[in-house]
Design a protein around this ligand. Structure first.
Ligand code: PFF
Length: 478
């Protein structure tokens, strides 16, 4: 693509734009809704002690992440650039390091995300043939499935290729359309499974784990994992929404779009939890054993549930994982779009070339994560954090670093930038475009306080807490 300055009238037309406001919302919601909601959220809740984690997560999403989200979209729309170019375009070259950190986070996240997406995608076929005990021993380094490196490798290549193929087409109509149909289908399916889960034995035990907070269970880990999860789930802190914001029209209302995206994302995570915990209770005969089992949770629990459905089990199971794979695809697309937009805009690489090069590179970076599900002892027991009970595998290590640490750090830096470098009246100006009643409203006051005080303070302190307690074993509170 030729480089065209943003001042040029047809810049938007050349760069590509979402077909309309709904297109942007669907694409951004597509980025937000993915494995984070259905795979990561339940296992994080399981490890974080249940309802108390859910509560922290909800507070973080609405109070802290929402202001970060509108800020990212506003920076993107204002500058029409990728996360690095955006800071340059606003005249703050020194700050483009924030964009660079975001690109690094995106690369790291996609490297392991593609592996989990490959697991999920492979499950479509496993379920279809009624192979329901695939997940047995998942996470315990004994699963025949995750250690079948040829299979996972092939699914991984297929998934990354599909992602690259879609990103290659630019901001694509196809994906907007598909999202509009497939996302509601996924929601209906989860709701159906929620109803089914409530009919099973011990379901109330699962629900109470999920919904009844035990305040004595608050620990540093719960706080930072909930924050990391909120950022990860909403695709924040790495400039994905700066990039998507760059395709949004000046006429659109950023605030209402962001509110819808947040509600949709949080809503889907919430119902995924409603479905999962009664299932865990059912599968564990009411003991909730295995609930803190980590990344293998849905892969270990869901097959047994589909099996219990009888003859329609294979069909339901296969459709479920197919829809989940699609949800993952709309997220991997946004993850790949960030480094690609950077390479194209800032380094003049041709789009097609950038897409395939970056996708190939990220696939290679993901290989150790692929091997860390039991295949390679070295990567499965990759690192022992100070004072940790057991070793952490490579995939979890990358996720800990990129999503629990870098994303909230990115969010912190983005709010500090908007408040103290770019200045909040400029942000307000941009947000008011397309939202005529915004200026002077209660919401504008909240966003202003959030980005100047609340977000910098809380995100900054949690960042320090995370690094100290996660990697160095220093416990600030019990
Ligand atoms: N939000 C996605 C999910 O929950 O699956 C993951 C993700 C996508 C994170 C895009 C960050 C991002 F930029």
């Amino acid at each position: 693509m030729l480089y065209i300055s943003p001042q040029t009238e047809n810049y938007m037309a050349v760069r590509g734009q979402f077909s309309n406001k709904l297109g942007f919302i669907m694409a951004a919601a597509g980025s937000a809704v993915g494995l984070g909601n259905i795979w990561k959220f339940p296992f994080e809740v399981g490890q974080g002690g249940g309802a108390i984690f859910v509560l922290m997560y909800l507070i973080f999403c609405f109070a802290l992440c929402f202001p970060v989200m509108v800020t990212e979209i506003a920076i993107g729309r204002k500058t029409q650039r990728n996360p690095v170019g955006a800071f340059n375009a606003l005249g703050f070259r020194n700050w483009n390091i924030v964009g660079k950190l975001g690109i690094l986070s995106g690369v790291l996240i996609l490297s392991f995300y593609n592996v989990v997406a490959a697991w999920a995608f492979g499950y479509v076929f496993e379920m279809a043939v009624g192979h329901f005990n695939v997940g047995a021993g998942f996470g315990s380094a004994e699963s025949a499935y995750t250690t079948d490196i040829v299979k996972i490798g092939i699914y991984g290549i297929v998934f990354m290729t599909a992602t690259a193929f879609i990103v290659n087409q630019g901001v694509s109509k196809g994906i907007e359309k598909a999202t509009k149909i497939l996302m509601p289908t996924l929601i209906i399916m989860i709701l159906g499974l929620v109803i089914y889960s409530l009919t099973l034995d011990h379901s109330m035990k699962g629900l109470s784990f999920y919904l009844k907070p035990d305040f004595s269970a608050i620990k540093g880990k719960v706080v930072y994992s909930a924050l990391g999860q909120a950022f990860f789930s909403l695709s924040l802190g790495m400039g994905a929404l700066i990039t998507y914001g760059s395709y949004v029209s000046k006429k659109d209302n950023i605030l209402s779009s962001a509110a819808l995206i947040t509600l949709m994302d949080v809503g889907i995570a919430f119902i995924a939890g409603l479905m999962m915990f009664p299932f865990v209770a059912y599968m564990s005969n009411g003991t909730m054993e295995g609930v803190s089992g980590g990344p293998g949770l849905i892969f270990a629990v869901l097959p047994g549930v589909f099996e219990s459905l009888g003859t329609i089990g294979p069909v339901i199971g296969a459709i479920f994982f197919l829809l989940l794979s699609f949800a993952a695809l709309t997220s991997t697309v946004s993850l790949l779009e960030v480094p690609v937009a950077y390479a194209v805009d800032e380094h003049g690489v041709k789009r097609k070339r950038a897409v395939w090069l970056v996708a190939g590179l990220i696939f290679i970076i993901g290989i150790p994560s692929m091997l860390s599900g039991g295949y390679s002892e070295f990567f499965t027991g990759f690192i022992q954090y100070v004072k940790a009970e057991k070793a952490t595998d490579f995939l979890t290590f990358v996720s800990d670093t990129a999503s629990d640490t870098f994303l909230p750090l990115g969010g912190f830096l983005i709010t500090v930038f908007a408040a103290y470098a770019w200045k909040r009246n400029n942000l307000e100006e941009e947000l008011a475009q397309g939202a005529s009643k915004y200026k002077g409203s209660f919401l504008s006051k909240y966003i202003s306080i959030a980005i100047t005080v609340v977000c910098p303070l809380i995100l900054g302190s949690i960042f320090i807490l995370t690094v100290l307690s996660k990697f160095f074993g220093v416990q600030i509170f019990a």
